[in-house]
Design a protein around this ligand. Structure first.
Ligand code: FES
Length: 322
């Protein structure tokens, strides 16, 4: 897991393109003409919309072209309004702010890869497939969607070489045979992004057939099956903000992020539910109480970073790299 890059960058919407039904792609060009930060497949940026809403979108362009980034946004009719704002109120020429990139979904080094994408979940998968394809490694992509008309990046996928691509539009082909694909994957590592029901099927089958370490995923939102943290036993603790030198008390009924923001208002955050990674913060001393849905068990055990929107402290004092 990369530590967060909280640096902000002004970008211009250089192009807004409809890729498929309900999907627009924004090309975000560096406003000052300098290159944007480097990124690896699986990375995303926080996009700060004109309304102030912050949303995360996977980078899906070419990592060697740093004069601009590309993100794609599916209109979510039942969402919180961010995608509608992108679709209806952000046009070419608009100036936006991005933060990042950050990568909570890094592509590991493996012999072979099975990518399973559902809908707009194709965006990180496309960047990964491009990299693996260019490296001449073995890969397979299974891409499901409601219909071909709703499935973005079909021409780009058709240009990839060396892999096996299976398009599964539900209106003509039903649902992908995920279990069968994993059973015949020959030990490939499985990377997946898409709707929750699909993620569940991929997770269950990958872990049962190949083992936990073969499962790599990115979720769009909070895990609906996550068990809510038991906060009854929460107690007060101190937090030292290393760069300001200030030490504050987090009361038993206060959120750590709220206390931090009272001194450092610009601390980034978005979901406040522990799944987006916007508030990831370095821990310099003390042992965090992790309550997020992002860090792996190994990352938690390192205790060098935490999501301060939901996390607290196991020790009387926590020192944060803020
Ligand atoms: S704000 Fe999303 S993880 Fe903390």
């Amino acid at each position: 897991m990369n530590l967060p890059q909280t640096q902000e960058h002004k970008v211009t919407v250089a192009a807004k393109t409809t890729l498929a039904a309900g999907v627009v792609e924004l090309e975000l060009a560096s406003e000052d003409g300098n290159d944007l930060p480097q990124w690896e497949p699986g990375a995303h940026v926080d996009l700060i919309l004109p309304s102030g809403a912050v949303r995360q979108y996977s980078l899906c362009g070419d990592p060697s072209q740093l004069s601009s980034y590309k993100v794609s946004v599916l209109l979510d009719e039942k969402g919180r309004g961010g995608s509608r704002e992108v679709h209806e109120a952000v046009d070419a020429g608009a100036i936006l702010t991005i933060k990042g990139p950050r990568n909570h979904f890094p592509l590991g080094d493996h012999q072979s890869y099975l990518f399973i994408a559902g809908g707009i979940g194709i965006t990180p998968m496309l960047a990964m497939a491009r990299k693996v394809s260019a490296a001449g490694l073995k890969w397979r992509l299974i891409y499901g969607g409601r219909s071909l008309e709703t499935m973005a990046y079909l021409p780009e996928i058709a240009e990839l070489v060396g892999g096996d691509v299976e398009l599964v539009p539900a209106d003509t082909k039903g649902i992908p045979d995920i279990k069968g694909a994993i059973e015949t994957s020959d030990g490939a590592h499985v990377y997946t992004c898409g709707p929750e029901p699909m993620l569940r099927v991929v997770e269950e089958n990958t872990k049962a057939i190949l083992g936990d370490e073969f499962f790599h995923f990115e979720r769009f939102g909070a895990d609906p099956n996550a068990v809510a943290a038991d906060t009854d036993g929460d107690t007060a603790f101190e937090v030292e903000l290393a760069t300001t030198g200030k030490t504050l008390t987090v009361a038993a009924n206060q959120k750590l992020i709220d206390v931090v923001r009272s001194v450092v208002p610009g601390v980034p955050f978005s979901c406040e539910q522990g799944y987006c990674g916007s508030c990831e913060t370095g821990v310099l001393a003390g042992i965090p109480l992790h309550r997020d849905q992002l860090l792996t068990e190994e990352e938690r055990a390192c205790n060098d970073t935490m999501m301060i929107c939901v996390g607290r402290s196991k020790t009387p004092k926590l020192t944060l790299d803020i």
